[in-house]
Design a protein around this ligand. Structure first.
Ligand code: IPM
Ligand code: SF4
Length: 471
């Protein structure tokens, strides 16, 4: 009785190499300028061709400047070369490139579904750790290294160690004001940030099927922070309607044929998983991270617990180091901490519905004095839609900077950053030391919590912030 993962593995396994490793057929390769250009250059240097150029796609997202009027110049000292070399290599290789000024440009994991590149039942790889985001569509999508990307491009295959399976079933529905980001942090606190290592995580249950497709992507994105091999959600009406009519998705009779196949893709009711976890959606509250790992998170209404309480695999030394780095102490509430900046963006929470929920919170209000608030839409398509729908105007009116799409301040190594030791509340997925700038103190949370905190000037529960902030 197969799980969805085992069905997709069987459908793509060309050979069982032994030792738990399969030779897997790869349907799509996505590349970005930070790691993908390296793979393309490596192939060219070795004189190898790309087996199926029509199935490989490159985009500029990590290093590109997100200020209006941008060019190939970037804040990352060696950044320009990544951009120009990726462009040249993609052209020489004859693959599609969504370049800086292309209307389809954006963060790789955001644009792939927008363009219909990811499809249910397909295998998709990208030299980027958050590729599992795209498992929200029922694809087997996982992150690889640059040299694996070279191998996938030139052979259409990869050797893969077969991961174990884990199902996270969410019963009931999330409460109002609680979203997929909160659910993801709740799960990470429960199982730890290594909790899903070497596992494919299938998310299932009413709490998952009730999520819209963008929330599902947020959840699958955060599976990387559980150290999962990747995440997957069985395709259904929600995911299929999100892909219908997309530029690279099949059309007409081919679409119907594909749908008939995709409808068969689900774990058998009697399938057994190596691990099973069940979560009652009613127990999930808006979450906030207090430390330097996503597992160091708490409900926004709670106080920082002493080490080991609810935080598996956390040593006392780790716990103290995180607190010292963050300028916090045991037993403190994180709510109420003044912030220097608020960031809405990244492949976790930069889609239209994320921005819409943030805008609903800030509408008619102003970002607190002294807080730098920035919104970076995940793609040009998101940006244009947000502008057309008045979402951008609401955010700008409130005092948010409105930027061009890209990874931006999710990732200091791309060049853009917040200031020394600044306290930032952020919709991103990683709160590691110096992730968003030199010694920045990042708190990760949902778009609602980030938006509400930007208005309040301190970390706040989005469900009750209106009581604390005058309209
Ligand atoms: C630069 C890239 C390889 C990296 C990743 O793989 O995740 C980045 O996207 C990140 O989020 O840290
Ligand atoms: S938005 Fe952040 S997490 Fe996502 S791919 Fe870019 S750098 Fe990585």
């Amino acid at each position: 009785m197969d799980t969805l993962f085992e069905i997709l593995w069987r459908q793509h396994q060309i050979a069982d190499i032994g030792d738990g490793i399969g030779l897997i057929a790869i349907d799509r390769v996505m590349l970005h300028e930070r790691t993908g250009g390296v793979a393309l250059k490596g192939l060219a240097a070795a004189g190898r061709n790309i087996l199926a150029p029509a199935q490989a796609f490159a985009v500029m997202d990590h290093i590109v400047d997100t200020l209006p009027g941008r060019s190939d110049d970037t804040l990352m000292p060696t950044g320009k070369a990544f951009i120009t070399e990726t462009r040249a290599a993609a052209k020489a290789a004859g693959i599609r490139l969504f370049d800086l000024h292309d209307d389809r440009q954006g963060i790789c994991h955001v644009i792939s579904p927008e363009q219909g590149i990811v499809l249910p039942g397909a295998t998709l790889v990208c030299p980027d750790s958050h590729t599992g985001t795209q498992g929200a569509f029922g694809a087997l999508a996982w992150g690889i290294g640059s040299s694996e990307a070279e191998h996938a491009l030139t052979t259409g295959t990869l050797r893969v160690r077969k991961p174990a399976t884990m199902r996270v079933t969410v019963t009931g529905r999330l409460a109002d004001g609680v979203g997929a980001k909160d659910l993801a942090l709740h799960i990470i606190v429960l199982i730890g940030s290594q909790g899903a290592q070497d596992h494919v995580v299938e998310f299932a249950g009413e709490g998952i099927t009730a999520l819209d497709i963008e929330q599902r992507q947020t959840l699958c994105n955060m599976a990387t922070e559980m150290s999962a091999f990747c995440a997957i959600i069985a395709p259904d009406d929600v995911s299929l309607s999100a892909l219908k009519g997309r530029p690279f998705a099949p059309r007409d009779a081919l679409w119907e044929q594909a749908v008939a196949h995709w409808r068969t893709l689900a774990s058998h009711p009697d399938a057994t998983f190596d691990r099973e976890i069940t979560i009652d959606a009613a127990t999930v509250a808006p979450m906030i991270s207090w430390g330097t790992s996503p597992q160091q998170s708490i409900p926004v209404t709670a106080s920082i617990p002493p080490h080991n309480v609810g935080h598996p695999r956390e040593t006392a030394a780790n716990h103290s180091r995180s607190l010292a780095y963050m300028g916090l102490a045991d037993g403190m509430a994180v709510a109420g901490e003044p912030i220097d900046a608020a960031f809405i963006g990244s492949c976790t929470n930069s889609r239209l519905s994320d921005l819409r929920r943030a805008a609903a919170i800030v509408k008619g209000r102003k970002v607190a004095k002294g807080v730098r608030a920035i919104c970076v839409p995940g793609s040009k398509a998101v940006k244009l839609a947000a502008e057309q729908q008045g979402i951008a105007a609401t955010l700008i009116e409130a005092g948010f900077e409105w930027r061009e799409p890209g990874c931006s301040m999710c990732f200091f190594a791309g060049g853009e950053s917040f200031g020394l030791r600044e306290r930032v509340i952020s919709t991103t997925n990683r709160n590691f030391e110096s992730r968003q700038g030199p010694d920045t103190r990042t708190h990760i949370a949902s778009p609602e919590t980030v938006a509400a905190s930007a208005i309040a000037g301190h970390i706040v529960d989005p469900r009750s912030f209106k009581d604390e902030v005058a309209p």
